[in-house]
Design a protein around this ligand. Structure first.
Ligand code: CAA
Length: 257
């Protein structure tokens, strides 16, 4: 049986996770969610992996939760599935996670992209939270992450109408980091991951934590966290190496602690 999430190693220090249900536009069934969570938890512990790319195929990054799998489910089963816990493994991954989006990123698919740290989108990619059209609402962070990314009035329009928006609109609203021609999406995401894979992992981890935790905190608390984080980095070998290499006019070699 074909795995619904494929794990590839396209470059040193880089893992690519490919959602692989083309027959269902990469709809996120429980198996996909569990495998994504499992891989990301393992990647978090694996010191040889420095950056992660999450992608789909040319038609869909992911067209949302699997509607067929949840159509007849009741409240108790939804509660027992606890899918929200699986999402935490992406945001909680200590390594940078890049979403490479071609095709549709809808509902839970848009929410997966928004839990990633960087989003590279193809020109014809389409984003949206169309859940209202099937009688529900976003449930994987869409009402919150979209609002924080693009502001209340734009988010409210898309959450309430379920209308889709283009990659270019997403970029202009601040949801997407880069828009590139469709065939270049994966390559560009891997290039970015390769760039991150040679940077000091502790600095990346603490910077990611400071950005994410800071978004939820008052400015003074967020700035205090940032101050403590940079102070911690002065105990790392990589800080000594990075600064020494600069002074000695050579390329640094970061060892990861
Ligand atoms: N769940 C289950 N199956 C899906 C699916 C989904 N989210 N999206 C697409 N599929 C299936 C289709 O049923 C179809 O299967 P069959 O061949 O067996 O009929 C196959 O994938 C291809 O789909 P289409 O023929 O519809 O392909 P298209 O290119 O014409 O349209 C699309 C693509 C615009 C993405 C359309 O499929 C669509 O609107 N999908 C649903 C999008 C959606 O509503 N997402 C939100 C889901 S709810 C959610 O995500 C909330 C949450 O987290 C709880």
């Amino acid at each position: 049986m074909t795995e619904v999430v494929l794990l590839e190693r396209p470059a040193e220090g880089v893992v690519l996770l490919r959602i692989n249900r083309p027959e269902a536009r990469n709809a996120l069934n429980i198996e996909v969610r569990k495998l994504l969570a499992k891989h990301l938890a393992e990647i978090g512990e694996d010191t040889t992996t420095r950056a992660v790319v999450v992608t789909g195929n040319d038609k869909a990054f992911a067209a949302g939760a699997d509607i067929k799998e949840m159509a007849d489910v009741g409240t108790i089963e939804m509660l027992q599935r606890g899918v929200h816990k699986l999402w935490r493994t992406i945001a909680g991954c200590p390594k940078p996670v890049i979403a490479a989006v071609n095709g549709y990123a809808l509902g839970g698919g848009c929410e997966v992209a928004m839990t990633c740290d960087i989003i590279v989108a193809g020109e014809s990619a389409r984003f949206g939270q169309p859940e209202v059209k099937i009688g529900i609402m976003p449930g994987g962070g869409g009402t919150q992450r979209l609002t924080r990314a693009i502001g209340k009035y734009k988010a409210m329009k898309y959450v309430l109408t379920g209308d889709l928006f283009t990659a270019r609109e997403a970029f202009e609203m601040g949801l997407v980091s880069e828009v590139v021609p469709d065939p270049e999406v994966e390559g560009r995401a891997i290039d970015l991951a390769r760039q991150l894979a040679v940077l000091p992992p502790l600095a990346l981890q603490l910077a990611k934590e400071a950005v994410l935790a800071g978004m939820e905190a008052p400015l003074s608390t967020a700035l205090a966290l940032e101050t403590k984080s940079i102070q911690i980095l002065f105990s790392s070998q990589d800080q000594k190496e990075g600064m020494r290499a600069f002074i000695e006019k050579r390329k640094p070699k970061f060892i990861g602690h």
